[in-house]
Design a protein around this ligand. Structure first.
Ligand SMILES: *[C@@H]1O[C@H](CO)[C@@H](O)[C@H](O)[C@H]1NC(C)=O
Ligand SMILES: *[C@@H]1O[C@H](CO)[C@@H](O)[C@H](O)[C@H]1NC(C)=O
Ligand SMILES: *[C@@H]1O[C@H](CO)[C@@H](O)[C@H](O)[C@H]1NC(C)=O
Ligand SMILES: *[C@@H]1O[C@H](CO)[C@@H](O)[C@H](O)[C@H]1NC(C)=O
Ligand SMILES: *[C@@H]1O[C@H](CO)[C@@H](O)[C@H](O)[C@H]1NC(C)=O
Ligand SMILES: *[C@@H]1O[C@H](CO)[C@@H](O)[C@H](O)[C@H]1NC(C)=O
Length: 936
């Protein structure tokens, strides 16, 4: 019996053993042809070990793909258990490089059900119609793998497809509709960055769980049915700026399932609906830049699962509902650039990681509860009306804090605890512009700072030595401008990229920063002595702004050898000697401003090699030369000021065709030029001959927004500084020279002119009636010449004219009458022989001009609307699209001296924030997608 049992047992054991060893040796029956196809496919690919596009992924072991093994055991290859056919190829994030062509052996794997080739580099391979042969395919993922071209209609043959991920391709509106119509099993569709350019069709599968159509050029109106898809979990229609929509008024069918909703950039033009409160499952809600207005509905406090809420860039107003700060999961909150007002409530939930409230109208004290937000990494409260003192200790325990901006409120940063506090070591970006900062002790432990803005504060004296050693290798963007610093012996910043010390009380010699500095500003200080030649160690400097100091001596020759230099501004110093002939040898120079120095000698001919030159201001020096006609070949030269030098001789043209093609501002006043007015130059000047409505300021790079070219010209009887917008300003000033002869009627062809001054010369003859063509002219000065005859009646039609000076000539007859002429006073005409009529006298019979029929010229608007106009202009310029502004009636100068540039800083900050927001969102978005995708 016992034996029996034993036997039975051993038999069983033997049987099991056999079964085990047998099953493990059963071949997966990989099909020979599929194995060969896979090997052939592998041969067309290489692995790029340096690729780091998918850091968190483990890469496949491609060496397991070899003949000696069954292909069903190869890494990332899955076969059907029963048939042995290859049904799954999972090569996403595999660092593969190669080209797939239409006869690729890949297409022979006809049993494939899942194909993932995403996040590789297929070198602009096309998605060939052959992809349509995978008739069993349920999952196809080719996203972010550098496929290009058109998505073929054959994709819509894949009738079993449940999940489709493609990016960066084109799909015509027709194929897009086919896709949605024919692929009735589709649950997951991600066409992010695919050019679709279509409306959204009304009818599509109700199976959808994920719809990713970010930045696909969709337009029209979002069909409401999308919001009612019963299984929808994520919907992304963001960055389709031609798309508009309405929120459902009632409960959405998807409201219980919806986890992620991104409609940023879609135009809603309405209030946020109460019905938002039904989205009780939502984790992430993005409605930035949706043209939303009104208050945030109280129902927002229903969103108890929400982690990310983005409502930035709208016109939302009212107070921020207190419920918002009790949402138990909220981590990312962006309400920047709206019109929220009132006080900030206490933060009741301390899950917050990211708070952006910049650019609103919030007021009152900062809530104490900030100090409890232990996981806070980003806090931006800039550009509000917060007030009161804010002690450094409020932030000192936030050990994750990396971005803090309190700039431009009415707060005063204090450090008054018994033991002085320090900001956390984790800080990387710190913006405390205009925060009444007086000392830097609180930065002692901020060793990771890379971006520090302490501009417009009250920091006095010296920057302490410990600061420089703390910041030496981390700070790349340092702004200490508009403080009361007096000394800066050296700037030992190895990593400084942008260093801004403008408008302090710096004395002594020019400090030279580390050699990686690209943008260096020290204008408006009291620096003196010579410019040390060690400045030429800044081998990659792009912008040097040393203007408005007391620097003297020669301009170092070696500056001309710095090939990266684009802007050199040294205006208003005491620099002397001759101009370096080195300029132009290896030159990217775009702007050279040496106005107001003591320079002598000739204008170096080498400047003609500065092909990129747009602005050249050598005014107010002692240059002694003839007119540099040779500058006429510079293709981009827009602004040329040589005013107030010792330039002389008559201006004769050369035979060069198309001279000064872009020049729109030329100032030769206060020299000794003689002879006739240079008619032959006027024949060129292409840019002054057309009024280009589409004219835009050049696209401004991030850094150009810190620096604006400026020029001083005489307009409307006084000198004004024109900034930045000078690229749109057209002016010709030849006043205070020794020109003789007549005013050539060809001047009337320069129709874009805003300012024309020929005063204080010896011009004779009549005022040509062709000047009536100067339809944009705002300031016309022909005073102190020998002009005779009548004032042409036609000038009365110049409706933009705001300033006219014809005094001290020999003009006679009746003063023309018209709306603008009616505003000029006696002094416009005094010192002439025989002018009559209004305003001087009666007696021309036509004095009864209607006083009601003209509106005040836009030119007389106050400073306020001036900067409003400019702020819009700037937004346009910064975002890379023009504002289509009509120059003629616009205020186009800012007086820097009086200007409050807060609005400008604000716009720059906003732009930056938007970029950062977008980037962070994108990063998180990708992670989020990954997480979600893993569930399928
Ligand atoms: C590609 O998409 C599929 C869903 O079809 C998903 O499972 C897979 O993770 C995606 N691949 C990558 C690398 O994200
Ligand atoms: C769309 O589906 C229908 C029916 O399944 C089929 O006849 C048609 O060929 C498909 N069209 C395309 C372009 O795939
Ligand atoms: C808030 O959610 C509850 C269910 O949790 C629901 O009954 C209520 O209608 C919601 N309120 C709004 C305004 O959506
Ligand atoms: C919000 O803006 C609307 C106009 O869109 C205005 O009528 C309303 O008074 C504003 N409310 C507050 C609190 O500012
Ligand atoms: C802070 O973050 C940590 C790590 O992510 C987490 O475990 C903790 O719960 C968070 N604290 C709060 C208050 O959310
Ligand atoms: C900058 O200076 C360091 C030493 O001060 C030197 O090693 C480095 O080569 C310099 N870089 C350039 C671009 O001149």
């Amino acid at each position: 019996m016992r034996k029996m049992v034993y036997r039975q047992f051993s038999f069983l054991f033997f049987f099991c053993f056999c079964l085990l060893s047998f099953s493990s040796s059963i071949p997966h029956r990989c099909h020979e042809d599929e194995s060969i196809s896979l090997l052939k496919f592998k041969k067309t690919l290489t692995v790029d070990p340096s690729s780091d596009r998918c850091i968190s992924y483990s890469y496949p072991n491609m060496s397991s793909w070899n003949k000696s093994k069954d292909c069903c055991s190869w890494d990332r290859v899955i076969c059907d258990e029963m048939t042995g056919h290859v049904i799954e190829l999972d090569l996403g994030c595999s660092r593969l490089v190669g080209k797939i062509d239409s006869n690729s052996s890949l297409f022979r794997l006809s049993h494939l059900q899942r194909l993932d080739l995403s996040w590789n580099n297929f070198l602009n391979s096309h998605i060939f119609p052959e992809f349509g042969r995978f008739s069993s395919l349920t999952h196809l993922n080719l996203t972010n793998s550098f496929f290009s071209g058109q998505i073929p209609s054959e994709i819509s043959h894949l009738s079993k497809l449940q999940s489709l991920h493609l990016s960066d391709l084109r799909v015509g509106p027709h194929n897009f509709k086919l896709l949605l119509q024919n692929l009735t099993q589709l649950r997951e569709l991600d066409l992010t960055y695919v050019d679709i350019y279509s409306t959204i069709p009304l009818n599509f599968s109700s199976h959808f769980i994920t719809l990713g159509l970010e930045d696909t050029g969709l337009y029209g109106i979002i069909p409401e049915s999308i919001f009612h898809l019963p299984n929808l979990e994520t919907l992304d229609l963001s960055s389709n700026y031609q798309l508009s929509g309405y929120f459902p008024k009632t409960k959405w069918n998807s409201s219980a399932s919806l986890v992620g909703l991104d409609l940023s950039g879609v135009n809603f033009s309405c209030n946020l609906p109460e019905s938002l409160g039904y989205l009780t499952s939502v984790h992430s809600l993005s409605l930035g830049n949706c043209n939303l207005r009104g208050p945030i509905p109280e129902s927002i406090s229903n969103l108890t699962r929400i982690e990310s809420l983005y409502l930035d860039g709208n016109s939302l107003n009212g107070t921020i509902p207190s419920g918002m700060f009790s949402l138990p999961s909220l981590s990312y909150l962006s309400l920047g650039s709206n019109q929220f007002s009132g006080q900030l409530e206490d933060f009741k939930s301390n899950t917050l990681v990211w708070i952006q409230l910049q650019g609103n109208r919030l007021q009152g004290h900062l809530p104490k509860s900030i100090q409890n937000l232990v996981n806070l990494t980003t806090l931006d409260l800039s550009f509000n009306n917060f007030s009161g003192s804010v002690d450094v200790s409020l932030f000192s325990d936030l050990k994750q804090l990396s971005y803090l901006s309190l700039s431009y409120n009415s707060i005063s940063l204090t450090n008054e605890k018994e033991v002085k506090s320090s900001l956390p070591e984790s800080l990387e970006y710190l913006r405390l512009a205009a925060c009444d900062v007086k000392e830097l002790e609180f930065l002692r432990s901020a060793k990771k700072l890379s971006d520090l803005d302490l501009s417009n504060n009250k920091v006095q004296g010296r920057v302490p030595d410990w600061a420089w050693s703390t910041w030496n290798f981390s700070v790349s963007n340092l702004n200490l401008s508009h403080n009361m610093l007096t000394s800066m012996d050296s700037i030992p910043l190895q990593s400084g990229y942008i260093i801004d010390l403008r408008s302090n009380f710096l004395k002594g010699s020019l400090p030279i920063p580390g050699n990686s500095t690209a943008f260096f500003f020290t204008s408006e200080n009291n620096l003196s002595g010579e410019i040390p030649s060690s400045i030429c160690n800044l081998k990659s400097v792009q912008l040097l702004d040393l203007a408005r100091n007391n620097l003297m001596g020669a301009i170092p020759q070696c500056l001309g050898n710095i090939s990266s230099l684009q802007v050199l501004d040294m205006h208003h110093n005491n620099l002397s000697g001759t101009l370096s002939t080195a300029f132009g040898i290896v030159s990217e120079l775009r702007s050279l401003n040496l106005h107001g120095n003591e320079l002598e000698g000739k204008i170096p001919r080498s400047l003609a090699n500065c092909e990129a030159l747009q602005v050249l201001d050598l005014g107010d020096n002692h240059l002694n030369d003839t007119f540099p006609m040779w500058l006429g070949t510079l293709p981009y030269l827009q602004v040329l000021s040589l005013r107030s030098n010792k330039l002389h001789g008559s201006i004769r043209t050369s035979s060069i065709e198309n001279m000064f093609p872009q020049l729109r501002l030329i100032d030769l006043s206060y020299n000794a030029f003689s002879g006739n007015l240079p008619t032959s130059v006027f024949q060129h000047l292409k840019a002054m001959r057309t009024i280009d409505q589409s004219l835009k300021a050049p696209r401004s790079s991030y850094i150009e927004s810190y620096y604006q070219d400026s020029i001083t010209i005489a307009t409307k009887g006084m000198d004004r500084e024109i900034v930045r917008i000078l690229y749109l300003y057209t002016a010709l000033d030849l006043s205070s020279n020794k020109f003789r002869g007549k005013i050539p009627s060809i001047l009337g062809d320069l129709v874009a002119l805003h300012v024309l001054s020929l005063s204080h010369n010896g011009l004779q003859g009549q005022i040509p009636s062709s000047l009536r063509n100067l339809s944009s002219i705002e300031s016309l000065d022909l005073s102190v010449n020998q002009l005779s005859g009548k004032i042409p009646q036609q000038l009365a039609s110049l409706t933009s004219l705001a300033f006219l000076n014809l005094s001290y000539n020999h003009l006679q007859g009746c003063i023309p009458q018209g709306p603008q002429f009616h505003t000029f006073e006696n002094n416009s005409y005094e010192g002439n022989d025989g002018l009559r009529g209004f305003p001087i006298s009666k007696g021309c019979g036509n004095d009864q001009v209607s006083e009601t029929n003209y509106t005040e010229s836009a030119l007389d608007h106050d400073q306020e609307s001036n900067s409003e106009f400019l702020s819009d202009f700037w937004k346009g310029a910064l975002m890379g699209y023009g504002s289509g502004l009509c120059i003629g009636l616009s205020i186009i100068y800012i007086m820097i001296s009086t200007g409050n540039l807060k609005w400008l800083a604000r716009i720059i900050e906003e732009m930056e924030q938007r970029i950062i927001t977008r980037r962070r969102k994108k990063q998180r978005g990708q992670r989020y997608y990954k997480r979600r995708n893993n569930r399928f």
